[in-house]
Ligand binder design. Structure first.
Ligand code: HXC
Ligand code: NAP
Length: 267
């Protein structure tokens, strides 16, 4: 999406997981619309090229390594962002981990690792950002999923973590609304050309997902980044506590095979 605007000019964002995939797309989209952008994850190899792309769009960029499981490292990343940009207006929580593993084979550490990254990491970032978001009103956007709406096999760890993220979105929306802070989420379906889909879907599964999706295709990174732009902008100024599903209708249609009901003729 090449469209640019001043919608977020004067604003700053910290995007966790912003060096790759969906959250790189969100970081670049917010930059295109005027936002200064800090990106954080474990690896500067992932972050630095994205920071360069943000600078090429004419915005200020910060790249700071932090493991979201480490509350102190997260606090440092937030402070770096604030010292470079003079404040923090938007936090996007996208850092996540995933692998396919049936519950019976999942180790305590395997389960805990994903919960620590996705859920506790989101909590650490929200806590560290709060004093700055309070200063001039702000936005939190949590990247969730739809896996926990159903009993998705081999995803107990991720489904549990993302269900927690959705709960966190709702509770913080209520607690932080009076500070002028909106807290929302996006629940993407399978998004093409991402690590998530590479880990979860082989070619045959991708084709099945395309066919099962009412809009008949996998999502694009820009489908998610467009939704993120909306939720982070003034256009969404009365929306809080919502998790917007961006999945082409896939999860709503997921019982289609079981319920192929035709109207009884003559009635
Ligand atoms: C079973 C596994 C496993 C696997 C790791 N573990 N991979 N168990 N099957 N394939 C277990 C390990 O054995 C270990 O438990 C524990 O998890 C921690 O593993 P580490 O490798 O030490 O963890 P770490 O180095 O911290 O890496 C975290 C990670 C890794 C999540 C395991 O894959 C990662 O860094 N992922 C980041 C990128 C990513 O996953 N992107 C996709 C996001 S998409 P033991 O008991 O042995 O100590 C997404 C939703 C997609 O989230 C939805 C699509 C529709
Ligand atoms: P991705 O590119 O692998 O994004 C995950 C990011 O998290 C990476 O940039 C990774 O960077 C960072 N990260 C992982 N562990 C971290 C940690 N401990 N601390 C800090 N950063 C960490 O995958 P993606 O597919 O684009 O997924 C992005 C988001 O969308 C995730 O929240 C995912 O759950 C969600 N989602 C994706 C899909 C999909 O179809 N792809 C569907 C539903 C939901 P480093 O390796 O540098 O740390």
């Amino acid at each position: 999406m090449l469209f640019q605007s001043d919608l977020l000019t004067g604003r700053s964002v910290l995007v966790t997981g912003g060096g790759t995939g969906i959250c790189r797309g969100i970081a670049l989209e917010l930059a295109r619309h005027g936002c200064d952008v800090a990106v954080t994850s474990r690896s500067s190899e992932h972050l630095d090229p994205t920071a360069e792309e943000i600078r090429a769009l004419g915005r200020r960029a910060v790249s700071v390594e932090a493991d979201v499981r480490d509350a102190e490292a997260v606090a440092f990343a937030v402070e770096r962002t604030v010292s470079e940009f003079g404040g923090l207006d938007i936090l996007v929580n996208g850092a996540a981990g995933n692998f396919l593993c049936l519950a019976e084979n999942l180790s305590p550490n395997g389960f805990g690792t994903v919960v620590d990254i996705d859920l506790k990491g989101t909590f650490h970032c929200c806590k560290a950002a709060l004093p700055h978001l309070k200063q001039r009103g702000g936005v939190v956007l949590n990247i969730s999923a739809t896996l926990h709406y159903l009993g998705t096999p081999a995803q107990l760890h991720v489904a549990s973590a993302k269900a927690g993220v959705d709960a966190l979105t709702r509770v913080l929306a209520v607690e932080w609304g009076p500070h002028g802070i909106r807290v929302n989420g996006i629940a993407p379906g399978p998004i093409a050309d991402t690590e998530g889909v590479r880990r979860l879907l082989d070619d045959a599964a991708k084709q099945r997902a395309e066919k099962a999706t009412p809009l008949q295709r996998l999502g694009l990174i820009e489908d998610v980044s467009n939704a993120a732009l909306f939720l982070c902008s003034r256009a969404a100024s009365y929306i809080t506590g919502a998790t917007l599903v961006v999945d082409g209708g896939l999860w709503l249609a997921s019982n289609r095979e079981a319920f192929r009901m035709e109207p009884v003729s003559g009635r």
